[in-house]
Design a protein around this ligand. Structure first.
Ligand code: SAM
Length: 232
C-alpha cells in the first residue's frame, strides 16, 4: 500500500491540474460515475454525508447539486482542498459543504456522526485499507450506508484489453506530458493493478462487518461502486 506522506505530497503537487487531467483522460466518464454514486446515495435520503478523500470536492458538489444535502469533506492534501473550496464558493455552497483537513484512517469524528459516508478514487491511496473502511463504518449511524467508487479490473473482451493498453501506456504518457509530474500518472495503473477488485473487495467489506454488500459495475468493470450497510 502507498505511503501516506508520499501520497499527500503527490496530490499537493498535482492539485492545479487534477480536475482537468481527470476529465481529459477519462473523456469525462468520471463525471458519470460520480453521478451514478449520487443517484444511489439519494435513495436513502441522508441528512449529513461524509465525503472522504474529497480532493477537489467534485463528488460533494454533485451530491449537493442533486440532493441539497449537507456534506463534510475530509482530505490530507490542503492544496486539493484549496481547489475544492474555490469550487464550492463559486457555486455558492460554502454554507452546506465544509472541507476539513484529516486522515481517513484516523478520523476525529465521534461514532455515528453521519448518516452515510462516500469516497471516490480514495481507498486505493490508503496506507491501511481495512483501517480506512472500518473508520467509515464507525462514523456512520447504524443502518447507514457507505459507498465506495474505485477503479476495478474489467474482465471481458474487449474492455479488458483496450483499457489495459490505455491505462498502461496512454495515461502515463499523457499524464507526464500534461502534468509535469510523470510518476503521478504511472502511479494510477500500478496501484489499480495491485488493488482488490470485485468480489475480493466485497469480501473485505463483509469481513469488516458490513451487511447487504453489493457492487455496481461501471463501463464494463473499469470502475465499480461498492455499497455496504452498517448493521443495527
Ligand atoms: C484521486 S483523488 C480523488 C479526489 C476526489 N474524491 C475525486 O473524486 O476526484 C484522491 C484523494 O485522496 C486523498 N487521500 C489519500 N489518502 C488519504 C487519507 N488517508 N485520508 C484522507 N485523504 C486521503 C488525496 O489527498 C487525494 O485528494
Amino acid at each position: 500500500m502507498p505511503q501516506k506522506e508520499s501520497v499527500k505530497a503527490m496530490f499537493n503537487e498535482i492539485s492545479g491540474k487534477y480536475d482537468f487531467l481527470n476529465h481529459f483522460l477519462s473523456f469525462g466518464i468520471d463525471r458519470l460515475w460520480r453521478k451514478r454514486l449520487v443517484k444511489e446515495m439519494l435513495q436513502s435520503k441522508p441528512g449529513h454525508v461524509l465525503d472522504l478523500a474529497t480532493g477537489t470536492a467534485d463528488l460533494a458538489v454533485e451530491l449537493h447539486r442533486q440532493g441539497g444535502i449537507r456534506i463534510t469533506g475530509v482530505d490530507i492534501s490542503e492544496n486539493m482542498m484549496i481547489v475544492g473550496r474555490e469550487k464550492i464558493a463559486k457555486a455558492g455552497l460554502s454554507h452546506t459543504i465544509e472541507l476539513k483537513y484529516g486522515d481517513a484512517e484516523n478520523l476525529e469524528f465521534p461514532d455515528e456522526s453521519f448518516d452515510a459516508a462516500m469516497i471516490a478514487f480514495g481507498v486505493r491511496n490508503f496506507e491501511h485499507l481495512e483501517q480506512g473502511i472500518s473508520e467509515m463504518k464507525r462514523v456512520i449511524r447504524k443502518g447507514g450506508q457507505v459507498m465506495i467508487l474505485e477503479f476495478s479490473h474489467p474482465a471481458s473482451f474487449p474492455v479488458k484489453q483496450l483499457y489495459g493498453l490505455y491505462s498502461r501506456f496512454i495515461i502515463p504518457l499523457m499524464g507526464s506530458m500534461l502534468s509535469s509530474h510523470p510518476s503521478a500518472y504511472r502511479y494510477l495503473p500500478e496501484t489499480v493493478a495491485a488493488f482488490p477488485s470485485g468480489n475480493k473487495f466485497l469480501h473485505i467489506m463483509l469481513q469488516i462487518g458490513f451487511k447487504d454488500c453489493r457492487r455496481i459495475s461501471l463501463t464494463g468493470g473499469i470502475a465499480s461502486i461498492y455499497i455496504g450497510t452498517r448493521p443495527d
